[in-house]
Ligand binder design. Structure first.
Ligand SMILES: Nc1ncnc2c1ncn2[C@@H]1O[C@H](COP(=O)(O)OP(=O)(O)OP(=O)(O)O)[C@@H](O)[C@H]1O
Ligand SMILES: [Mg+2]
Length: 390
């Protein structure tokens, strides 16, 4: 019997699932199905049980099952039963419409409404790797900041709120500067708030990335590379050189001194929204962006595994690791090592449930005796896999 993890998942009007209810009984779950069957949608449903907008960052209305003529989009729900030792916790979220017709996200824990999805993180960590993250080291810096911010959410309950406030102040300042009639006192008070939250954001990110580097597994037999990771930017540099309070003051001064320039560019030249995650492949002494596509994927898995292990060791919550379409792209060496790691973590009592998707059971043959296989056909999930596929 499952003691830790999601034991039941239910959807209504969510993506391609008009209705779904499935029971799970293993810490290792393999979801199989053809392209377009609905594998990623299952993982997306799970990812909504964490702070933020889920693994696709979609709008609420995009997640409603598309049915011709249903305007406005129908309300959808995602609900899960979470087992954590002797506790049973019900987590639910969905799209709701207010009486005026506007969309809002509904969050419930044990049947009671709660303020925000950030509260799910009291019970659950959700970590994921999805195919779009293969470009993590090639795209602009915002995708890397989001990657780090998601990790920070797991350690710092205030991080999501701080980021929201920071972005709100930044937009307000940009509007004032653009319109050219900003009251200097109002601007100063906005900049003081920006500096306060901005430095706290930078410090929280730096701390998590530092922990990631210093606590990475050190197994000489691992085919996964060791890495050096660091947050970089002006604000990070100031935080390294001076106490936080002085760095706040410095950011505040930099913002004030750049009002004119920022009024032309529409943004702000300084702040943690400019920072970036730097990753170096240690054995090769090569920045991640210069590594091969396969090496970058493997580095991403190394970072995620390191993070997952820290979570498991440092907080007592259940962790869900969602690996969407990851396994089929690994060579046998990395794939089998990863499987062995997962099995060992579970054997040692880690509160970890790993969800993996793929199109062929052959890729998961190593886990044959350990994992629960489920196959999607016509939006229904069946236990097992097609015998002719392995
Ligand atoms: N809002 C929606 N309503 C109905 N169907 C949707 C909605 N959003 C996406 N879909 C459809 O759901 C189906 C399953 O998508 P999903 O991304 O889960 O497939 P998948 O099994 O992960 O496929 P792949 O192997 O290609 O990654 C797709 O056909 C997609 O077009
Ligand atoms: Mg998919």
């Amino acid at each position: 019997m499952l003691t830790t993890g999601i034991s039941r998942l239910s959807f209504s009007a969510f993506r391609n699932y008009p209705q779904l209810q499935v029971d799970f009984h293993s810490p290792l779950i393999v979801i199989l199905g053809d392209n377009g069957a609905g594998k990623t949608n299952i993982l997306e449903g799970l990812s909504l049980l964490s702070p933020g907008k889920g693994l696709r960052s979609s709008k609420l209305s995009q997640m409603s099952t598309l049915t011709p003529g249903s305007i406005p989009p129908q309300n959808w729900t995602v609900a899960a039963n979470l087992k954590d030792d002797n506790m049973d916790i019900m987590l639910g979220t969905g799209l709701d419409h207010t009486s005026s017709g506007s969309e809002k996200r509904r969050i419930k824990i044990n049947g009671l409404p709660v303020r925000s999805q950030a509260e799910f993180s009291q019970y659950l960590n959700v970590v994921w790797i999805v195919p779009s993250m293969a470009r993590l080291f090639q795209e602009g810096s915002s995708i890397r900041r989001k990657f780090v911010d998601r990790m920070v959410y797991a350690f710092d309950d205030g991080h999501a709120d701080r980021l929201h406030r920071y972005e709100h102040y930044l937009r307000e300042r940009s509007t004032l500067l653009r319109e050219g009639h900003g009251d200097p006192q109002w601007l100063s008070s906005l900049e003081k708030n920006l500096a306060e939250d901005g430095i706290a954001i930078a410090l929280a990110r730096a701390e998590v990335v530092r922990t990631l580097t210093t606590h990475q597994p050190n197994d000489a037999l691992s085919p996964f590379p060791r890495f050096f990771a660091q947050m970089r930017g002006d604000v990070e540099e100031w935080c390294r050189q001076m106490p936080a309070i002085a760095a706040e003051e410095k950011l505040c001064q930099a913002l004030a001194a750049n009002r004119l320039q920022d009024s032309y560019t529409g943004g702000s030249a300084f702040g943690p929204h400019r920072s970036d995650l730097f990753v170096n492949h240690l054995a090769k002494q090569m920045p991640a962006e210069l590594c091969s596509t396969g090496e970058q994927k493997i580095l991403l898995i190394a970072l995620t595994l390191s993070f997952t292990k820290i979570l498991i060791n440092q907080n007592n919550k259940v962790t869900l690791m969602l690996l969407d379409d990851v396994i089929a792209h690994l060579d046998a060496h990395h794939r089998d090592y990863l499987f062995e790691e997962l099995c060992q973590m579970i054997e040692k009592g880690a509160k970890l449930q790993t969800w993996m998707t793929g199109t062929s059971a052959t890729d998961f043959v190593y886990l044959k005796q350990y994992a629960q296989y489920t196959t999607i056909k016509n939006t229904t999930l069946y236990d097992g896999y097609d015998n002719n596929d392995s």
